[in-house]
Design a protein around this ligand. Structure first.
Ligand SMILES: *Cc1c(COP(=O)(O)O)cnc(C)c1O
Length: 442
């Protein structure tokens, strides 16, 4: 199903020490990784093993330096090992790693989140984005007494059974499992429609009247590459959800505190019923949350009948990392400033692509960005999948060789941190000049 990676030799991608360490990892860990995309399968090579991070840079086991635009897949809004985040973490750790009992720090984080997010009056902390979406859906089903959910093709909402479903075809269809081990009976509860297609959403809602518990969506998609909602799309979903008695869930695990203070919902002024958060709110530690209107959140145990729990939920060290990260982002005009700085990078890339005659589409939203080797703006998964894979591969391989660390898959977003400087932009653009030349030769 996924396109074949271009032929490549591993020697070009990682150094000798990384290759030895990765061979050892593969003996004891399936594929050598604890999350599949880290294996660099699409590039047909092996990943360097990371020794440490410093600000916007990664240093691998062979001592190679990279300018990092993956940032742990989103959480590191202020780069690696930020002194203020580290200080908060070590201070919290001194007091103990976990209590399994309430602390005032959880309340402090809940207050920051609910004040920032228009759609959240209360939040419940969990440990990962997967837990957040899984729990939000259970809550939506509890609130509506309905079973079906609608998701968009190409959107990723974590690896819970009901959500590991892509599309059977471009048309609206019952979901097919996207993974072995997902019972068909679960996948059938998930309906899949193309992103940015209001008519398809409306048709599915009409075909399943009084059965749909929720529409779940990434308000800006970052798991099929970087794909922004077209004008009016999210507003239309809000209207459709309300008129069909379904809840609207914004999965802001990636966009929350990346695209704007208060998430993309603050930026687009569409208020979801439930919101899922993760990544940035843990600042690099495992923390996530889901929240919504008090009337819905009240259904959660111990107040209500919908059960959800977690031994390490609201972990004090993770909460400290999250709070420190958010405090740094609360500065006036933080997101506008970062977006402006990031835009210089993206415009620089577009200009170089033009010079080399390579069709290239790039976009920015806050501190999130991405690009496709495509002739026109990409608006859904089918268009993302039609982008030029060989050009992307040629481009990325040169970028790695020149010390620029981007996601090893064309179906991922890129990120920016508050500690990236114009010197990093300059170095990235110099590498890109060569990389576009390689892409143009494909
Ligand atoms: C990363 C991500 C998730 C899953 O979060 P994990 O912490 O990896 O479980 C869910 N939804 C979106 C939009 C994400 O980007």
């Amino acid at each position: 199903m996924s396109p074949r990676p271009a032929a490549a030799t591993t020697t070009e991608l990682s150094g000798l020490r990384s290759r030895r360490l990765f061979a050892e990892a593969r003996r004891w860990i399936p594929g050598g990784v604890n999350s599949p995309v880290r294996a660099w399968g699409r590039l047909g090579g092996e990943p360097p093993l990371i020794e440490r991070g410093e600000g916007p840079c990664l240093i691998d086991e062979d001592g190679r330096h990279y300018i990092d635009y993956v940032l742990s897949w989103g959480p590191l809004l202020h780069g690696h090992a930020h002194p203020k985040v580290l200080a908060a973490v070590s201070e919290a750790a001194q007091r103990g790693l976990s209590f399994g009992a309430p602390t005032r720090h959880e309340t402090a984080l809940a207050k920051v989140l609910t004040e920032a997010l228009p759609g959240c009056e209360q939040v419940r902390m969990v440990n990962s984005g997967t837990e957040a979406t899984m729990s939000a859906l259970r809550l939506a089903r509890a609130a509506t007494g309905r079973d079906l959910i609608i998701k968009c093709e190409g959107c990723y909402h974590g690896h819970a059974d009901h959500l590991l479903v892509a599309a059977g075809s471009g048309a609206a269809t019952f979901g097919h499992p996207d993974s072995a081990g997902v019972p068909a009976a679960f996948a059938e509860k998930t309906l899949v429609v193309p992103y940015n297609n209001t008519a398809a959403m409306e048709a599915v809602l009409k075909a399943h009247r009084h059965q749909v518990a929720a529409i779940i969506i990434e308000p800006v998609a970052g798991n099929m590459g970087f794909v922004q909602p077209v004008d009016g799309y999210l507003r239309a979903l809000r209207r459709l959800a309300t008129s069909h008695g379904a809840l609207l869930i914004f999965d802001e695990v990636m966009t929350g505190f990346r695209t704007a203070w208060g998430g993309y919902q603050a930026r687009c002024r569409v208020r979801p019923d439930l919101t899922c958060l993760g990544k940035v709110i843990g600042g690099g530690m495992p923390a996530a949350a889901y929240g919504g209107k008090r009337a819905i959140m009240r259904l959660l145990a111990p107040e209500g009948p919908c059960y959800q729990a977690g031994t390490l939920s609201g972990n004090p060290v993770a909460v400290a990392a999250g709070l420190a990260t958010l405090r740094l982002a609360a500065a006036k005009d933080f997101y506008q400033k970062q977006e402006l700085r990031l835009s210089r990078l993206v415009q620089g890339l577009e200009a170089r692509a033009r010079q080399h005659g390579v069709p290239f589409q790039a976009g920015v939203c806050g501190t999130m960005w991405g690009f496709f080797f495509a002739p026109r703006t990409v608006t859904n998964f089918a268009e993302a999948a039609a982008a030029h894979l060989e050009r992307w591969t040629a481009f990325i391989r040169v970028m790695y060789a020149r010390g620029i660390y981007l996601a090893p898959s064309p179906f991922e977003a890129a990120f920016w941190s508050s500690v990236h400087r114009s010197s990093h932009v300059k170095a990235t653009l110099a590498a890109a000049d060569e990389a576009f030349a390689a892409a143009a030769a494909v």
